[in-house]
Design a protein around this ligand. Structure first.
Ligand SMILES: [Zn+2]
Ligand SMILES: [Zn+2]
Length: 125
């Protein structure tokens, strides 16, 4: 192969290689199908699982009303709407939606409430 043609070929190869590869990014607009939420301490029989027994002068099932997590929160189950009447003999799981900070979801340990919650968040499978 004559020298000048070989040089030309090498030049062309080099040009192709040094050409920067385009980097594509796909636009993402879809929101996740399953909402995400973070756990807050449970309230078990009126006692905040994080704080425990705070003041022996306060009834056991009202301990959550003096703990820093829930002292100004109106506690009732998001799914069945029951509040004070179930607090003392139920365990409540409490979540905060990542999409809506400050909004709590409270789930009592009623089978149907747990079920509704698990389906919504795709948990427990
Ligand atoms: Zn607490
Ligand atoms: Zn409930």
């Amino acid at each position: 192969m004559p020298k000048n043609i070989k040089d030309k070929a090498e030049e062309m190869v080099e040009e192709t290689v040094s050409e920067p590869l385009p980097k594509f990014k796909v636009e993402r607009k879809a929101t996740p199908l399953v909402p995400s939420a973070k756990r807050h301490p449970d309230i078990r029989a009126g006692i905040c699982e994080f704080c425990g027994l705070l003041d022996k002068k306060v009834p056991l099932d009202k301990q959550y009303t003096i703990c820093p997590h829930y002292n100004d929160v109106d506690i009732f189950c998001t799914y069945c709407g029951k509040g004070e009447e179930i607090i003392k003999d139920r365990a409540l799981h409490i979540y905060e939606l990542d999409d809506e900070p400050g909004k709590l979801i409270i789930v009592c340990d009623d089978y149907q409430c747990r079920n509704k919650h698990n389906q919504r968040f795709n948990l427990g499978r």
